[in-house]
Design a protein around this ligand. Sequence first.
Ligand code: BGC
Length: 764
Amino acid sequence: MRILPLLAVCAGLAVSSVQAGPRPMPAESKDAFIARLMAQMTLDEKIGQLRLISIGPDMTHEQINKEIAAGRIGGTFNSVTRGENRPMQDAAVKHSRLGIPMFFAYDVVHGHRTVFPISLAQASSWDMQAIALAARTSAIEASADSLDMTFAPMVDISRDPRWGRTSEGFGEDPYLVSEIAKVTVRALQGSSPAAPDSLMASVKHFALYGAVEGGRDYNIVDMSPMRMYQDYLPPYRAAIDAGAGGVMVALNTVNGIPASANTWLMQDLLRKDWGFKGVAVSDHGAIEELTRHGVAKDGREAARLAIKAGIDMSMADTLYLKELPGLVKSGDVPMGDIDNAVREVLGAKYDMGLFDDPYRRIGAAKDDPPDVNAESRLHRAAARDVARRSQVLLENRDGTLPLKKGGTIALVGPLADSRVDMMGSWSAAGVPEQSVTLLEGLRDALGDRGKVVYARGANVTDDQAIVDYLNFLNWDKPEVEQDPRPAGDMIAEAVEAARRADVVVAAVGESRGMSHESSSRTSLFIPGSQRELLKALKTTGKPLVIVLMNGRPLDLNWERANADALLETWYAGTEAGHAIADVLFGDYNPSGKLPISFPRSVGQIPTYYNHLRLGRPFTPGKPGNYTSQYFEEKTDPLYPFGYGLSYTSFSVSGITLSAPSMPRGGRIQASVTVKNTGPRDGETVVQLYIRDVAASVVRPVKELKGFRKVALKAGESRVIRFDVDEAMLKFFNAKLEYAAEPGDFDVQIGLDSEAVKSARFELL
Ligand code: BGC
């Protein structure tokens, strides 16, 4: 902390020679400081603090600065350089009456200038150090760009891959997503959200956004309280318990009431039960949408409902600004509601260190970097490492992979050389020109030891309506570029390349916009243009390696049956091409595991491993037996949760329990011996699941409760011990009390959610 001149200390709210704007006095508590500041504020100044604007075409910089100086804006998002943000901070601290600083937010979701793999990919690493590295690096880059807050982590549980935002989250499992939520919040916020190289985390989208009906974005959410508490709420809670300073409120309804007007959700659950003390921001335009939801007849009522529910800041609309003054005057909104919201906004600014120094992340103009896009070798190396760890090897017949460095590789597919798609959606301030495509990655890895022949082979889709749709998403410029050649000519060129090669590598999947906000699908196939390409390549008889680039589980039945190797790379970020090449050539032995089940078909959705037990569960081998199944296809997923191969193989021994029973409040140990039985060093993820044998409510078939990423040399074995304690056996009962019930439990340990060993113990 800086030593303040005596004059400023005494003046308190006065402008000092060193720093304009209010600041805490020595030994003054946060609450006392904010109360003192609020006592100086007019109603209009208070309401101004509740407005969060998007920097964009709607207002000129001059207009924005005027509004800020008039005390009518509390924070912004979508401006990402010190040069952009400094004049706004000047307007706030030097030209507004009280000099209250602004904060600057942005969607730093999976990287900032250096783009890391999308969140779903990071979750596939099951590597908490790698995930922390991605978040910490993002915070360092974004704070150096003058940003104070990020709208992340996005921890919406997703069990429906039709939903385009599946790519933005960490998958289907409450435990895994909660662990990642904690790690991410801690890494973003660092030692404290006040640190100059930290960002405040605003966890989103509170709540249940991932459960939109039919996977259609912005659709309603209707869910039983037990499922909500058990499966969907834990990750938000984990982020908050880890100290997230902010919460972004979801766009959807929660059991008939939009989250943005939901007093139960925002007050009773979030603030009273969970003790959240930070700032709650609406999602984009969500307060205005209350009229379209039909819970408010006009903007005035929408503003009243939102402030009453506890939405502290309104994002990207002017309803609070327009309506709250009148609502307070008429007595329809108590002044206390406004004060509560203002207290949270100022509290967040305090926590971000902005009252100590509003320029702590903006710095002085003389220190501005000459090139904001300058690349950091260290950060790129981190992105490459995280990207290698995030890939999941789904198939590898006859040791097709790793490829030899030599001979001729035919690289085909519309995603093989597409920089923009490597970035995934919400790639923040990343610059596509800086990303490495697979074509470049293969060439860099081979040097002069082999040859890559490239042919595009197909467009991502031939459906112009889809291309138009994707190009109208919120990108700056159209990004799906169609090759105008006839599809047949492109395929012929690719087949010709394949015939001349030793192996075919096909980079196929979805363009990044297909797995994005507002990009819900009814089919999970790789688009037809690419499927035709794959079929034609198959006829050449050359080994076919399919490299998938996509942001959701896909229907891969054909690919599974026809590919010699299948590698899920998601959208791997700035260093995508290098990282994928590392895996294809075996310079990195893949260790990723799926954080979400891959269904066999759209009709099978929802397909998630931790479903509740049934009275008539499907019993394999007994056709037509009135058990729960679809008669047209198998009941299990195509690839289960937790699944992923390696270039080596692992075995897991039976489970040894340290005791046959566990006293209340006690713990036992479950151990297995994991052995690397193959020819290479490698890593795998040992997963621990619990099954409650009988309880007062129906419990899931199994639930992940622990995991360990383990590196083993070829031939090496190691005993892996898990502590199992009572907390891991707890669940929400019919009264929504969180407790463990005595009785038998099965501990299951294995390398995916299906291939497990099991042992039973009793909770006394
Ligand atoms: C998204 C949020 C995002 C916000 C600001 C909204 O459309 O739903 O996730 O943080 O925009 O960019």
